[in-house]
Design a protein around this ligand. Sequence first.
Ligand code: FES
Length: 108
Amino acid sequence: MAGPTFVRACGLSELEEDTPKRVELDGTPVSVVRTEGEVFAINDICSHANVSLSEGEVEDCQIECWLHGSAFDLRTGKPSGLPATRPVPVYPVKIEGDDVLVSLTQEN
Ligand code: FES
C-alpha cells in the first residue's frame, strides 16, 4: 500500500507562534498552527457551523472557535466543550528544511 502523500502547505518561517495560517490543499481548507515547539494541521472548518477556525485563538495546544467558543485539540481534533460535539479532522505534518508538509490522509 502506498504511504500517505504529503503536499507543501507553507514555509516554516512563514508561521508565527500561535498565529494560525489558513491554506487550501487540494481544495480543502486547512489551518496550520505552530505552537509549543510543534506544527499542527487541522481542518479549517468548525464542526459546529461553517466558521473558519484559523480566525480563532490558540492556547494550550487547542484552537478556539471564535463564534461559540468550542476549542479543538490540535493533536486529536476533539472539542473540549459544547456547542461542538464532533471532532475536526487533523492531519499529519512533516517538516523538511523550511517546508511544512501536510498529508490529507485523515488521522482520526
Ligand atoms: S461555529 Fe464553532 S463552535 Fe459554533
